[in-house]
Every structure is written in structure tokens, then in C-alpha cells.
Design a binder for this molecule. Structure first.
Ligand code: AMP
Ligand code: TRP
Length: 332
């Protein structure tokens, strides 16, 4: 059975983009994989996080992952800072990855923007830590949204360079799993930006904890163009906002855009948005309710995370100890 690893940052409330691009696919993969799912708090602090907010967001994210359908007993759910193997291996990888490789990372360029001199050095080596997350478990399949493809290529470059430098076949090749029609859900305010939990505008995203009225209002106000919906997917060309809303509906119904347009083609956006809002509410309401129920009992939630961290460490510690031995660290 192949081992899956994936991670998500506790840098805010998870969005519909995280659900459709990531967590929903994780739920399906549980059937026939051994899975590790990680709340990556070490990654989150590459940009400023208020400490109390970070602690709360770590619990909230763990609760929503379980509420989406992840089974923390059959699989492993934990937070990254609780397993030291990640940091140990990431230091080794900082010394394996080349500056030239990191300089090509588009997510760093996007996140650093014009302010490159002022961002943390952690943001720069973020992809090395992500490579360590995966390789510390010898995981071979990594489900992510489309935006993470380049980081996974880098993780493979790092694993292969380590193998080459030390003359071993130690780290396996990782296969990215970029699944589903909604691998990239876009902002409701700007069809060229991805929906993100760290976007300053709350109107740009649907949070997994939004109530029905908030969801309906955000969809009603979502940016669109004045044309009615086309009858075929080709008609979405050059209409990123329309494409995004159709894509969200298709993903939630497990259909493709063509099927959605067969039903809704020719309609104006106000009618389409009403149908979409009802569908999003129907799918997210039970998740929000279950998240609230789990958060009402933080003791149980913490014990799930503690147990997950112990099981994660039992897998990662021997692998990272072997990597350290290969590097030449004296074990006494
Ligand atoms: P992050 O929110 O950056 O921690 O991302 C966690 C996971 O959600 C990753 O697999 C991302 O690729 C995925 N993801 C984040 N935002 C989106 C989005 N707008 N559309 C699709 N997938 C997303
Ligand atoms: N960088 C990923 C993101 O922002 C999150 C992440 C961290 C991750 N470590 C990972 C994803 C390991 C997959 C595997 O989306």
C-alpha cells in the first residue's frame, strides 16, 4: 500500500478552495492508502502569526479536517511542530537544495512581492521544509492543489540529489496527485487570484465555518461579467469569474463544466448564483456543524493530535535517524 502525506497551513480558517482542492481528495484516498495528514504550523510562521491565534487555528483546522471526513484513528492526523523529525531533516535539506533552485520558486516570488528584503528567511526555505515533511515518511504520493506542483518537483530534486551525493537509493520518487476539476478555486473578487485563507478580503473566499446567510451573500456579491452563461465550456474562455463559479458547482456535484452548462447555459448570473449558493450551503453546513461540535471538546481534540504525533514520530524518527547517519553525524 502506498503512503500518502499532505499538509495544510493553520494560517486562517480553511476555505472552499482548501476543501475542493485538497481535503475532499484526502477523504477519498483514505480507502486504499496509508495516510498522514499534517497541520503545518512550522510553515505557517514563515509569515507573521499572532501566537494565540495560531494555537486556536491549529485546533480549528484539525477539527475541520475531521469534520470533512478524515478518520484520525484509521490514519494519522497531527501537527508538524509536535514531531521533531521535520525540523531535523529540513536542516539537512537546507544544505542539499541549491540557491538557484529556490530562486525559481514562483510561490516565494508571489508571497514576497516587492518586499523581498523584508520577508523572513523561513519563507525562502519553506519548500525545503515541505520536502522534509514528505521524505521523513518515505511517502510516495502527495495530494495537493495545482499551486503546489513546483514545490513537489523541488522535493524530488532534493531527494534525488541526496541519493546521488551519498551514493544511496534512500528517498523514493514522489508522485503528485493533482485531483479533480477544482484543483484551483479562484477568489470571488478577482478571477485571476486563487481563493486564499490569508487574503485580506473576507468577501474573496468562502470559509468552511461560514453560516448560510454569509455564504449566500458572498456568492451574490461575487464578481461576474454582464453576459449570460454560455451553453458550452468553450464559451468560458476569457471569462475567469464565470469559469470559477461554474467550476465550483461542477466540483460540488462531481460533474464536469459541460454538464453544469447543459443545465444552466443561457441563464443570467443572478439565477445561477441562487442555485450555487443553495448547493454550497447544503454541502458545507454539515461540516461547519461537526467542526463546532468537535471544538466544544478541546480535550478530546488534543488527545487525538497527541496520539497522531506519537504515531507519526514512530514512522519518521528511524527514517530521519538513518538520513543523519548517511550524512555522517556521529551517533554515540
Ligand atoms: P494552504 O491553504 O496554502 O495551506 O493549502 C493547503 C492545500 O489546499 C494545498 O494542497 C493547496 O494546493 C490547496 N489549496 C489552497 N488554496 C486552494 C485553491 N484556491 N484552490 C484549490 N486548492 C487550493
Ligand atoms: N505548502 C503546502 C501549501 O501551502 C502545505 C504543505 C506543507 C504540504 N507541507 C506539505 C503539502 C507536504 C503537501 C505535502 O499548500
Amino acid at each position: 500500500m502506498q503512503r500518502i502525506f499532505s499538509g495544510i497551513q493553520p494560517s486562517g480558517i480553511p476555505t472552499l478552495g482548501n476543501y475542493l482542492g485538497a481535503i475532499r481528495n484526502w477523504v477519498a484516498l483514505q480507502q486504499d492508502h496509508e495516510c498522514l495528514f499534517c497541520v503545518v504550523d512550522l510553515h505557517a510562521i514563515t509569515t507573521w502569526q499572532d501566537p494565540a491565534t495560531l494555537r486556536a487555528a491549529t485546533r480549528e483546522l484539525a477539527a475541520s479536517i475531521i469534520a470533512c471526513g478524515i478518520d484520525p484513528r484509521a490514519h494519522v492526523l497531527f501537527h508538524q511542530s509536535a514531531v521533531h523529525a521535520h525540523v531535523r531533516l529540513s536542516w539537512i535539506f537546507n544544505c542539499v537544495a541549491r540557491l538557484g533552485w529556490l530562486n525559481r520558486m514562483t510561490q516565494f516570488k508571489d508571497k514576497a512581492g516587492k518586499d523581498r528584503e523584508q520577508v523572513s528567511s523561513g519563507l525562502y526555505v519553506y519548500p525545503n521544509l515541505m520536502a522534509a515533511d514528505i521524505h521523513a515518511y518515505h511517502a510516495t504520493r502527495v495530494p495537493v492543489g495545482d499551486d503546489q506542483r513546483q514545490h513537489l518537483e523541488l522535493a524530488n530534486d532534493i531527494g534525488q540529489k541526496f541519493n546521488h551525493d551519498f551514493g544511496v537509493e534512500f528517498f523514493p520518487v514522489i508522485e503528485p496527485l493533482i485531483l479533480g476539476p477544482a484543483a484551483r478555486v479562484m477568489s470571488l473578487r478577482d478571477g485571476s487570484k486563487k481563493m486564499s485563507k490569508s487574503d485580506p478580503s473576507d468577501q474573496s473566499r468562502i470559509n468552511l465555518t461560514d453560516d448560510a446567510d454569509t455564504i449566500a451573500a458572498k456568492i451574490r456579491r461575487a464578481r461576474t461579467d454582464p453576459e449570460p452563461l454560455p451553453h458550452e465550456p468553450q464559451g468560458l474562455e476569457g471569462r475567469p469569474e464565470a469559469r470559477n463559479l461554474v467550476g465550483i458547482m461542477a466540483a460540488l456535484l462531481d460533474q464536469d463544466a459541460a454538464a453544469v452548462l447543459r443545465e444552466h447555459g443561457g441563464k443570467g448570473f443572478s439565477a445561477f448564483k441562487e442555485s450555487l449558493a443553495a448547493l454550497v450551503v447544503e454541502k458545507l453546513e454539515p461540516i461547519a456543524a461537526e467542526t463546532r461540535r468537535l471544538l466544544a471538546d478541546p480535550g478530546t481534540l488534543d488527545s487525538i493530535l497527541r496520539d497522531g504525533a506519537a504515531r507519526a514520530a514512530a514512522i519518521a524518527d528511524p527514517i530521519v535517524a538513518e538520513a543523519e547517519r548517511l550524512v555522517g553525524f556521529l551517533k554515540v
